[in-house]
Design a protein. Structure first.
Length: 544
């Protein structure tokens, strides 16, 4: 036959029924583990997110700066190249600045060959007389067919009678070229003709050397960065994709600024190809513009690859850290789980549940809580046995009574904890009872009790030990601190005005553990002697 126990309200409850339902509750182990995993994932996500955006901004700024430097370098090199070409032509033109030299075939051929080989820039060089006749020319293969030079450009160079740079034109081989010339004047400023050369933009000796000759358009697409050159009309002079040469470069913010002579960097959006990080520079000597740009999409792809590499590197340590954190979380939760199970059993069957042995734990809080709970349960069991035998409070003053004080002293002695004992007596209390009556005496006792409670600290204990005697226990106090507290109590009582306006003073005897003794009986005897000396010495004083 199953035994049943009457629950509150008359309902019958089986002893096997658990009144503390845990369905739908989260265990401490699961909570700690979940927090660790969530913290790990959130930390990783936030770290990657913040790293990506900060790196993206920094990478874009550096790319814009690098592209601007590159475009300025190329623009400066183009101007310097043209200056070098002009000086070379002017120098060699000076050597031919007499009708005799200009008419000497061997001398002209020699000078043209020297000009071609020393400059290293020209596809071909030539000398033309003022009447439009080409006197001589030179190319890598030797003498050049005079018809190979565009007649209309030659005529423009002769008519200008000063330094000349033609517009770009397409040679028979399909290359972009430009004619550059310098006038030849004799000593009497007579115009004799011009000395000039043909520069092919796509050959390695001109723009190719500045912008990376030999790289195809697919190469530039792979790295996401390339440079191109436009003339002062916005036409492409040089592009990695040769099919685009001579095309209109297309209006964008960078080109618009170049055409008005500006240099700088900017992010531009191409409807067809997306966003680009552009650095641009204006070459003032030629009027050309140089654009170096990087695809933002290619930059992001590169950044994603870097992030993927970073993730691979950090994932191992992060996983190890997460596993270690999970292990520590479960170890940390273990004593709390055991403690919760024990408390649940102790509440259900307080008399039957045996106290487990208290083991020290590596976590300070868990260790303190475990020992505190065990001690509390032990104290609760002991108090449950003794509550029916005595009361702990003095009914008149509300302070601890003698029985409670004796138990506390026994506990302090058993724990070997340092404390101080103050034994105090109300001076001439019998006279108060005789003059004012016992009711007044009770009011004086209550007034002294209230003053003690207000003066003492949170850790200090006080009680009525009997009659007009009070006992104060001061845990962890040394001799000077004990004397200071006793004096504070004495002065507070003397200064306090009770409702009957009866003057009240205290005589206090003090003893200190373990300085004077470890035994409570000895401490009481020492405090009692000190109290006696305080009385003999005139009362209202403290004696240790």
């Amino acid at each position: 036959m199953k035994t049943v126990i009457m629950a509150s309200g008359g309902r019958k409850r089986s002893p096997d029924e658990n009144p503390y339902k845990t369905k739908g509750k989260v265990s401490l182990r699961a909570l700690f583990s979940g927090l660790v995993v969530l913290t790990f994932l959130m930390t990783l996500a936030i770290t990657l997110f913040a790293s990506y955006h900060s790196e993206e901004k920094l990478l874009q700024e550096r790319t814009l700066e690098a592209n601007q430097r590159e475009s300025q370098r190329v623009a400066h090199a183009i101007d310097m190249m043209y200056l070098s070409v002009e000086k070379s032509l002017s120098s060699f033109g000076g050597e031919l600045a007499t009708p005799m030299s200009l008419g000497e075939a061997d001398e002209t051929a020699k000078q043209l060959r020297l000009l071609y080989e020393s400059s290293g820039r020209f596809d071909s060089v030539f000398v033309a007389a003022a009447n439009g006749k080409i006197i001589d020319s030179y190319t890598k293969s030797g003498a050049e067919d005079p018809a190979a030079i565009d007649v209309s450009l030659l005529k423009q160079a002769l008519n200008t009678r000063k330094e000349y740079r033609s517009l770009f034109y397409t040679e028979t081989e399909g290359d972009q070229a430009v004619v550059v010339s310098e006038p030849i004047y004799d000593a009497n400023d007579k115009y004799l003709g011009v000395i000039g050369g043909v520069l092919c933009m796509e050959h390695a000796n001109v723009l190719g050397s500045l912008l990376g000759s030999g790289r195809s358009a697919s190469d530039f697409d792979t790295v996401g960065s390339y440079s191109y050159v436009v003339d002062d009309a916005g036409r492409l002079i040089y592009d990695p994709n040769e099919d685009r040469n001579e095309e209109e470069a297309g209006g964008n913010l960078a080109l618009d600024r170049i055409l008005i002579g500006m240099s700088g960097s900017v992010k531009v959006t191409d409807d067809a190809n997306g966003e680009y990080l552009v650095g641009y520079a204006y070459a003032p000597r030629t009027g050309w513009g140089v654009v170096s740009q990087t695809s933002a999409k290619a930059l992001r792809t590169e950044q994603f690859e870097q992030m993927r590499g970073t993730l691979v590197v950090v994932m191992g340590p992060f996983l190890m850290l997460a596993c270690a954190a999970l292990f520590l979380a479960r170890r940390l939760a273990a004593p709390f789980v055991s403690l919760a199970d024990f408390v649940l059993r102790a509440v259900d069957r307080p008399e039957d549940e045996a106290l487990p042995s208290v083991r020290r734990h590596w976590n300070r809080e868990a260790d303190l809580l475990n020992r505190a709970v065990m001690r509390s349960v032990r104290e609760m069991k002991r108090q449950n046995r003794d509550l029916n035998d005595f009361a702990l409070k003095d009914s008149l003053t509300g302070l601890l009574n003698r029985r409670a004080l004796d138990e506390i002293l026994e506990k302090l002695e058993g724990d070997n904890r340092p404390f101080s004992l103050l034994l105090m007596d109300i001076d001439r209390f019998k006279a108060v009872n005789d003059l004012y009556g016992h009711a007044a005496g009770d009011e004086v006792l209550r007034s002294v009790a209230r003053t003690l409670e207000e003066t003492l600290g949170n850790q200090d204990l006080c009680g009525r030990y009997g009659g007009e005697e009070f006992l104060v226990l001061l845990p962890g106090r040394n001799l000077p601190e004990t004397y200071e507290m006793a004096e504070r109590i004495r002065l507070a009582v003397a200064a306090h005005e009770n409702s009957l306006h009866i003057p009240v003073t205290l005589s206090i005897g003090a003893s200190v553990c373990p300085m004077q003794s470890m035994r409570v009986d000895d401490l009481f005897e020492l405090a009692d002697r000190a109290l006696y000396r305080a009385k003999e010495g005139g009362r209202n004083r403290v004696v240790v």
